[in-house]
Design a protein around this ligand. Sequence first.
Ligand SMILES: [Zn+2]
Ligand SMILES: [Zn+2]
Length: 216
Amino acid sequence: MEAETRQCQNCKQDFTIEPDDFNFYEKMKVPPPTWCPECRVIRRFSFQNTWNLFWRNCDKCGKRTLSLYSPEQKITVYCQPCWWKDDWDGTEYGMDYDPTRPFLEQIKELGEKTPYSALTSEYVSNKNCNYANALAWSKDCFMIFWADFCENVYYSSLLNTLKHSIDCIRGYFSELCYESIGLGKCYRTFFPKNATIVLTSGFLEIVMAVLIVWLA
Ligand SMILES: [Zn+2]
Ligand SMILES: [Zn+2]
């Protein structure tokens, strides 16, 4: 089978389906895609929003709260303090399953009447991390996403046990790092990519070298 160019039914751009792709669809017994790869990625990733936050009012206490749901979305959203309180009963939104009706239709109904948490953080385990999302067991952090066990970390994402660091992505068990991508067990590390077990690198070394030349 030869490669074929098709028009995406969503964005109307042309995209190519390679022979290997056709073989794969045949093997999986599924029809070839009608959307281009980029539109398909957007559709796959749209099931959850982590990084884009909006202001909206809590549907329980009325206070303004940061949320991963925009105010235009017609769903019930509780701020984190309200969501984690014991003064409401989630079972009151429960529905009996009706086997004579389509399952997805019933799931949609359930989703529309059940309150959502404004953010996906484990609010009760965090301290002073109100401007962040999808994090747990963290303290004094700002604008960090998908993180656990972090302290004094700002503008960073995909983290576990990162401390006193800024502008990092994928950081684990590291401390005092800046603008780093892919960190593991690093200390005082600046501007590295995919670094593991690094003690003091980058900027400080440059400063030291300049000082040594200057003093000589
Ligand atoms: Zn497209
Ligand atoms: Zn509230």
